[in-house]
Design a protein around this ligand. Structure first.
Ligand code: NAD
Length: 418
């Protein structure tokens, strides 16, 4: 992990790189590089033993030109203002990439949730939801899960908001439990777009994914489901890791069995079907066809990028490569499917959940998956067309040119107020 790279500066650099290929007003591009507003607040919460603890919490609303701010809420000790701003900006360009009518937002609490009881986490989440209440709403700003949050936290936020507002408004958050207005297919959605984009990348490169070997860094929601769905296409998942370490088998692990082992023991380490353990760095430089970074930002810097042996990287995580790493990989002809497309399945099915909530009519899982397939493959095609027509150095810059242009078009047609 490369801590010194500021993810917000990475985002700004990515926008500048793409702007070079667009005929856009400089002031308008500057506008797209800053959040519209950031809430930074302190949550004071009573612990189970009666003591009071405080937590820093943030919500960044980056840009709303295309619709309500949309993006997850992260619980992690590393959460900070720069990270939340970056993640909220990536959401703007992700939503534009798959062409759904949202802007971008992101929030988080600086906390290690494993140190707190469920009742403490509920009070922490409800306190945060109370702070968020003036900002959020199904037409204003719509949170969702991110690292270390899930259906349970979204259900608490929805309940807190609805109680305070004296209404029912399930579309105020997405990623809820099915019993509480969640969508079929939401849990698998991020892994599904990872697997769809891996398939599309191999088709684009005229290669057979069923012969590919795969390494996955981070075996949580995005990584484990992405691994399973790529394995379902016939590829061999040979290495996976989590924060405790990595396991490897050159003949292929069983993605589902490794997940079961992690659910039972808390880690992929110790999985019996592996031939040996690896360090996290060894996993990232393993000689495989596909590398899926699915943990956190800045996993690969320029130095490590020199040693990456994969041909294709599918960014399940947000911001796993530093901009310098991107340059090295482009020079080395490693194809990178950028986060704003590869992991866009999560927000896309969040959008479907919101549509279902507003319609008060649930879709079948088949419909969810078919619509997801369409939006992700359309975005992939838009990206490769821009890559060829604009001659960008990599897929990321190509995808950004498409997304930024869509945001600019919306902004231009609405005009600036006042
Ligand atoms: P998660 O908490 O379910 O899983 C994260 C995994 O990464 C865990 O297995 C953890 O042990 C592992 N990890 C952490 N640090 C690591 C390290 N240094 N080396 C190896 N493994 C490490 O989180 P998630 O929801 O799967 O999110 C992962 C990434 O995907 C994040 O960047 C997130 O923003 C992004 N993402 C998630 C979704 C979603 O719907 N879940 C959607 C879009 C993007």
């Amino acid at each position: 992990m490369v801590d010194e790279v500021n993810p917000f500066e990475s985002l700004q650099e990515q926008i500048d790189d793409a702007a070079e290929y667009l005929d856009a007003d400089e002031g308008m591009i500057d506008r797209l590089k800053q959040p519209e507003r950031v809430l930074e607040t302190t949550l004071s919460v009573e612990m189970d033993d009666g003591s009071i603890e405080t937590f820093r919490a943030y919500r960044s609303e980056f840009n709303g030109d295309r619709g309500p701010y949309k993006g997850g809420i992260r619980y992690h000790p590393g959460v900070n203002r720069a990270e939340v701003k970056a993640l909220s900006g990536w959401m703007v360009y992700k939503c534009a990439a798959v062409d759904i009518p949202y802007g971008g937002g992101k929030g988080g609490i600086e906390i290690d949730p494993s140190e707190y009881s469920e009742s403490e986490l509920e009070r922490i989440t409800r306190t945060f939801a109370t702070e968020l209440r003036p900002l959020i709403g199904e037409d204003k700003d719509i949170p969702a899960p991110d690292v270390n949050t899930g259906q349970r936290e979204m259900d608490w936020i929805k309940d807190t908001y609805e109680t305070l507002e004296d209404t029912t408004e399930p579309g105020v958050v997405t990623g809820k439990s099915l019993d509480n207005g969640g969508s079929k297919g939401r849990v698998e959605a991020t892994g599904r777009s990872v697997s769809i984009t891996a398939r599309e990348a191999f088709e684009y490169l005229d290669r057979d994914i069923s012969e590919a070997t795969v390494a996955v860094q981070g075996y949580g929601n995005a990584g484990s489901i992405g691994a399973r769905l790529i394995e379902d296409q016939g590829a061999d998942v040979v290495a996976v890791s989590d924060s405790s370490g990595a396991v490897y088998d050159p003949d292929g692990l069983d993605a589902r069995a490794v997940k079961e082992h992690k659910s039972e023991t808390g880690s992929v380490v110790g999985y019996e079907g592996a031939s040996r353990q690896l360090t996290n760095e060894e996993l990232l430089t393993l000689d495989v066809d596909i590398l899926v970074p699915a943990a956190l930002e800045n996993a690969i810097d320029a130095d490590l990028a020199e040693d990456v042996s994969a041909d294709v990287i599918i960014e399940a995580a947000n911001g796993p490569l530093t901009p310098d790493a991107d340059d090295v990989l482009a020079d080395r002809d490693v194809y990178v499917v950028p986060d704003i497309l590869a992991n866009a399945g999560g927000v896309t099915v969040s959008y479907f959940e919101w549509v279902q909530n507003r319609q008060r009519f649930g879709w079948t899982e088949q419909r969810v998956n078919e619509e997801l397939e369409r939006l992700v493959t359309d975005a992939f095609d838009a990206m490769t067309t821009a890559y060829e027509e604009r001659g960008t150095p990599n897929f990321r810059t190509a995808m950004y040119t498409v997304s930024i242009q869509r945001v600019l078009d919306a902004a231009e047609k609405s005009g600036l107020f006042p």
